[in-house]
Design a protein around this ligand. Structure first.
Ligand code: NAI
Length: 330
């Protein structure tokens, strides 16, 4: 039995986690969940939103499945999600983005993998109030982090039979910071002659993605552009309800959907658990529970093909009905 940390999060987090745990149980995967809490509710009892026990749990188990945790906007505590990625040095944020069966979208055959640097850039959160009318934010890009994320992207390309890596920056304006990220990507690209390489500016990339997404294979981006472009890519395949993700480091991996805690629909049994489930499928593959992962993937696809969908995809199933339909098919 493999012990896996489970962070249930808040907002829609508990609903989608409960659905996913039930599905995983039905698949026969042998998992002993080490349930951990984090976020606003924890501050009251423990004084911090991300207590050490959560980090220790992931370090001990090596792997976690995580639901979204709310971050206050414009004030309050620092993002638990960002802190977790940083403290565990989960430097690669991997977000495969492809069409699912029976989910109607503007484009067919979208198959893009977003590789986002996960530890620095404006996400370092180094900000100061210069005076009452001026705020300053520092963008950190280092050679070490840029080289290793580029290595990750090319290594992923080789291992997964992909053809091209496009590095996405704004190096025409941020000549030093994005310039360094680009320089590192170019350097790593030279070591992988079998993988095509190109440079795209982030503004043009967004336009190209909206007009002709099929031209892209792997996108390699610094943290902030990666965050924004991931949501754009999620939109191409049917929305945040189905967009999976993983945060990967040398020693640990935390699997979590791209989306946030969706406070607008929390507690209503409306959320789509697919993004969390697809992240869980990748977690199962990671811990070598491949049979269970495949069983769940097939049952998920069969459920969508049967026209059973949650509201975000134009259906009428609740989160729990959708989960039950998947369990029936397992
Ligand atoms: P969001 O991703 O929570 O929601 C954006 C829109 O997508 C909303 O209309 C929501 O209802 C919809 N949506 C998201 N997930 C869905 C699902 N599974 N099924 C159906 N509809 C879904 O983004 P928002 O509103 O910008 O952020 C809310 C909170 O989540 C913020 O506090 C933010 O900081 C946090 N957040 C946390 C993340 C994490 O834990 N990794 C990632 C992104 C945001």
């Amino acid at each position: 039995m493999k012990r896996v940390t489970l962070i249930k999060g808040d907002g829609i987090g508990p609903e989608i986690s409960n659905a996913v745990i039930k599905i995983i149980e039905a698949s026969g995967a042998q998992i002993d969940w080490d349930v951990q809490t984090a976020g606003a509710d924890v501050i009251e009892k423990e004084g911090v939103p991300l207590p050490d026990r959560v980090l220790e749990s992931v370090k001990n188990n090596g792997v976690a499945l995580k639901s979204p945790v709310t971050t206050p906007i414009g004030k309050g505590f620092r993002s638990v999600n960002v802190q977790l990625r940083k403290d565990l040095d989960l430097y690669a944020n991997l977000r495969p983005c492809y069409n699912l069966p029976s989910v109607k979208t503007r484009y067919e055959n979208v198959d893009i993998v977003v590789v986002r640097e996960n530890t620095e850039d404006l996400y370092a959160g180094i900000e100061r109030q210069v005076d009452a009318d001026t705020a300053e934010s520092i963008k950190i890009i280092t050679r070490k982090a840029s080289l290793r994320i580029a290595e990750f992207a090319f290594d992923y390309a080789i291992k997964n039979n992909r053809k091209e890596v496009a590095v996405v920056t704004k190096a025409n304006i941020c000549k030093l910071s994005d310039g360094l990220f680009l320089e590192c990507a170019k350097e790593v690209a030279k070591k992988y002659p079998s993988i095509a390489f190109r440079e795209v500016l982030v503004d043009n990339c967004c336009m190209q993605l909206v007009q002709n997404p099929n031209q892209f294979d792997i996108l390699l981006l610094p943290n902030l552009y990666g965050d924004i472009v991931s949501d754009l890519c999620a939109g191409l395949i049917g929305g945040l309800g189905i967009a999976q993700g993983a945060n990967i480091g040398e020693n640990y991996a935390v699997f979590e959907p791209v989306h946030g805690s969706a406070p607008d629909i929390a507690g209503q049994d409306k959320a789509n658990p697919t993004a969390m489930l697809m992240s869980a499928i990748e977690m199962l593959n990671y811990i070598e529970e491949r049979k269970a992962a495949e069983k769940i993937r097939k049952a998920l696809f069969a459920t969508l093909e049967a026209g059973i969908k949650t509201a975000d995809l134009g259906g009428s199933a609740t989160c729990s009905e959708f989960a039950d339909a998947i369990i029936d098919r397992i």
